[in-house]
Design a binder for this molecule. Structure first.
Ligand code: PBG
Length: 333
């Protein structure tokens, strides 16, 4: 054949391929999510092989391991005892709660590691929702935002670097920004869950925290989070959310879940100049782990290809439970 262009010319050797490679993944792109609990023992999470609920003491070792692998940010999620859960989730702003103590300990022992927190009521809510549910089963917006501001301030006061509102209440980014500034935390950043979809992919995470919506005392509790998290069918709406978060002062925008919503990452990349994070959520992790355990896929290759897909779509940062494994594999590539 007489061809002018033969794209295979640049694919011929590893050296050539590396020269024209458009995207790379590195450990400093990762944000490593960690579960913690009050217990004395590390507890494995059934639906997330390789992930655990860490104790306050063992957390330090795991975060040190992540740091040594090149990871520069962790996000903490607490499993709260049922006895501390209330309708208003007040435990979320207890200065001596699990998260504030974990932040203080980490900041003391590993001051350089960036600490991100999650702002929402679900780990603390007896109803298992991100906001306060009234007696008619309605998740209240403005009342919830008041609680979230208190939660964010306690986290910032404990030493958090990045506050991550994951609740999807309207106006929460602006309210949290103002509350932080009023308290003198103008250098604490906000990484908002901007386009967070109402997704079945969060199932394993809700097992890890025992935080799924539940009805006690015959109060009507919505079974899912579809009155505040976004409808999976929508993409233009993600742009509206991004514009609002940007106007309200978010420093980083997040898309969640990541893998099933790569188109949303791509669209936000066109619309905003802010850094974008992709959350490679629990269900996405569990699917890979399950197939790998069966010997049906090559775990390392699939994970690295998946992480690269977030970068190619336009994400700068990736929240992933694979962070330590991937960092290790990247080191030895
Ligand atoms: C709670 C929260 C969820 C996740 C992060 N923060 C679950 C939910 O909204 O129900 C999901 C993370 C994952 O699945 O990995 N506000």
């Amino acid at each position: 054949m007489e061809l002018t262009y033969r794209p295979r010319r640049l694919r011929r050797t590893p050296a050539l391929r590396s020269m024209v490679r458009e995207n790379i993944v590195s450990a400093s792109d990762f944000i490593y999510p960690l579960f913690i609990h009050e217990g004395k023992e590390i507890e494995p999470i059934g639906a997330m092989p390789g992930a655990n609920r860490w104790t306050l003491d063992t957390l330090i070792g795991e975060v040190t391991r992540a740091w040594d692998l090149g990871i520069r940010c962790v996000v903490l999620f607490p499993k709260i005892a049922d006895s501390l859960k209330t309708e208003g989730g007040e435990e979320c702003f207890n200065e001596n709660g699990l998260i504030p103590r974990a932040i203080r300990k980490l900041k003391k022992e590993l001051p350089e590691m960036t600490i991100m927190t999650d702002v929402a009521l679900d780990p603390y809510s007896s109803d298992g929702h991100d906001g306060i549910v009234n007696s008619d089963g309605v998740v209240l917006n403005d009342e919830t935002v008041d609680q979230l501001c208190k939660q964010a301030i306690v986290q910032a006061h404990s030493g958090a670097d990045l506050i991550g509102p994951s609740d999807m209440m309207d106006g929460r980014v602006g309210a949290i920004r103002e509350a932080l500034d009023d308290e003198g935390f103008e250098n604490v950043g906000i990484i908002s869950y901007t386009a967070k979809y109402s997704s079945a992919y969060y199932g394993p995470f809700r097992e890890a925290l025992d935080s799924a919506p539940r009805s006690i005392n015959s109060k009507p509790i919505p079974k899912d989070k579809s009155t505040y998290q976004m409808d999976s069918a929508n993409s233009r709406e993600a742009i509206t959310e991004a514009q609002l978060d940007e106007q309200e002062g978010s420093d980083i925008l997040m898309v969640k879940p990541g893998l099933a919503y790569l188109d949303i990452i791509y669209r936000l990349r066109q619309e905003s100049e802010l850094p974008i994070a992709a959350y490679n959520v629990s269900g996405e992790y569990s699917m890979v782990k399950a197939a790998a355990a069966q010997g049906w896929i090559d775990e390392k290759a699939v994970v690295l290809e998946t992480l690269l897909s977030f970068k190619r779509a336009g994400a700068d940062l990736i929240l992933t439970y694979h962070a330590c494994d991937a960092a290790k594999w990247l080191k030895h590539e």
